[in-house]
Write a protein that binds this ligand. Structure first.
Ligand SMILES: [Zn+2]
Length: 472
């Protein structure tokens, strides 16, 4: 959609936006999203069966025009090429991308205008934004090809899980309904129930459970933090809801304790999706629910060794010509190298996605500990509704806890003791506080761990065994 039209619609009164969205959704996806989407979906239907060599050949075929375009039309890359004496013909394979330095969030903020292609009109730019769960938030542009590929990947992922057109989906997001007091909305055309769980209070949760029981979705798609609150409420209140065939989670870290609680309470397997607004590296679990298949059709992914045994995910989007991101450092870490999957798909897998570098706790001794390891401290503490751990400084951890009713002194002490034992740093100030509400960040998400501490490259990974182990 044209940029000016989109921003006009965004600023319009809510009832108008809701009405426009309703009409927009009446159009079937293949028509609504246009030829770019249909082409991307067609490609993905073919590439589904490609072997690794064919997938690599596709990436290199996409990289060649992208490199020429960056050299000819994107000032930031032209300068890099010139400084290094490089020409487009020096890039014969995806490995040659290593001749270019990494693109960081800081560089994007500084060079934003120089990263925009000069030969593409503003009407081809779709504004995008990172919420800045790590580093500073920034604005950038994507084009129709990128959006089409992302949408087609989402649909193919549903097909992997046996989705049929007649299936219904319950989708949890922060929706903007025409009535701000409304928690949910039925989209009869798309066979979709859209829900917003904001405060997660008794009224919202009971209404959500009733709606899911009445709608009986085949799939639930949600941010983990939303479903986790619902799952804990179901468990505490001994409520049962209709079990969908699959639960698809995305956009936030899925901690092992969340997966386990959600699967038990809702009675369906959780299938997770990894990606970022910048769309340079997309990976998703198949029905085997193990490693995350890298979507090689969307981006070229490198794993760069970082702290201890961790690797950082670095990605190159193969489709975004309006503002190309080559070798973009996502800040997301994995514990393992590329792997394979028993499902037979040739898309390599990522394992042990532990989230962002900012999900690492830095100790006073300049060692780092994954915040994933802290998930177990809330095990079997049924008084806890929501929680968040904030590292305020090198020496202090702040544990915020929202109880269903009130936290007993014993629970507060148990929490503090478990965190202290896990961290193994007596000097750390660990403060457990009961709060009424944990606010969402600018992107509408509610991360389990937040850090205000800068991680230095010299930090050493400290391996601490956990009760529940690493993710995957
Ligand atoms: Zn698989």
């Amino acid at each position: 959609m044209l940029e000016w039209l989109k921003s006009y619609v965004r600023k319009a009164p809510t009832p108008f936006v809701a009405g426009a969205e309703f009409i927009y959704r009446l159009i079937p996806p293949k028509l609504r999203y246009g030829k770019g989407f249909r082409d991307a979906l067609h490609l993905l239907e073919q590439s589904e069966h490609w072997n690794h060599r064919e997938l690599t050949a596709y990436q290199e075929k996409k990289l060649e025009p992208l490199i020429h375009h960056c050299f000819a039309n994107v000032p930031y890359y032209r300068r890099l090429f010139d400084e290094r004496g490089l020409k487009p013909q020096d890039f014969q394979s995806s490995e040659d991308l290593k001749k270019l330095p990494y693109l960081t969030k800081r560089i994007i903020t500084r060079e934003r205008n120089n990263l925009i292609a000069r030969n593409m009109g503003s009407w081809r730019r779709d504004p995008a934004h990172t919420s800045g769960s790590t580093g500073s938030p920034f604005d950038f542009y994507v084009d129709d090809a990128t959006l089409s590929m992302d949408r087609a990947l989402a649909l193919r992922h549903m097909f992997w899980l046996g989705y049929r057109k007649s299936d219904s989906v319950a989708r949890f997001r922060v929706f903007r309904f025409s009535n701000p007091n409304k928690l949910l909305e039925y989209d009869r055309v798309g066979r979709e129930l859209r829900l917003t769980l904001d405060r997660g209070d008794e009224r919202e949760l009971a209404q959500t459970a009733d709606a899911l029981n009445s709608f009986k979705p085949d799939f639930i798609s949600a941010w983990p933090s939303c479903l986790y609150v619902l799952a804990r409420w179901l468990k505490t209140n001994r409520r049962k809801i209709h079990s969908p065939r699959y639960i698809i989670t995305s956009s936030e870290n899925l901690y092992p304790h969340m997966r386990e609680t959600i699967e038990v309470a809702i009675g369906a397997p959780v299938i997770d999706w990894y990606g970022q607004e910048e769309s340079v590296a997309v990976a998703m679990q198949c029905a085997e629910a193990r490693g995350y298949h890298i979507q090689m059709e969307a981006g070229y992914v490198e794993l760069v060794p970082r702290h201890g045994g961790y690797f950082e995910i670095v990605g190159t989007n193969l489709h975004n010509f309006v503002m190309p991101f080559l070798r973009y450092r996502t800040g997301d870490l994995v514990t393992g190298s590329f792997g394979t999957c028993t499902c037979g798909r040739q898309h390599p897998t990522l394992s042990g996605i532990i989230g962002r570098e900012s999900d690492l706790i830095v100790t006073p001794g300049n060692t780092v500990v994954s915040s994933l390891g802290l998930n177990f401290v809330f095990h079997h503490l049924d008084e806890v509704k929501e929680s968040q751990i904030v590292q305020e400084s090198l020496n202090s951890l702040h544990i915020k806890v929202v109880p269903w009713n009130k936290l007993g002194t014993h629970t507060l002490k148990t929490l503090e003791k478990r965190v202290r034992e896990h961290m193994q740093w007596d000097a750390m100030d660990i403060r457990v506080e009961q709060v009424d509400h944990i606010p969402r960040n600018a992107g509408g998400k509610r991360p389990f761990f937040l850090s205000h501490v800068q991680l230095h490259d010299s930090a050493v990974m400290q391996v601490i065994p956990t009760a529940s182990g690493q993710q995957n």
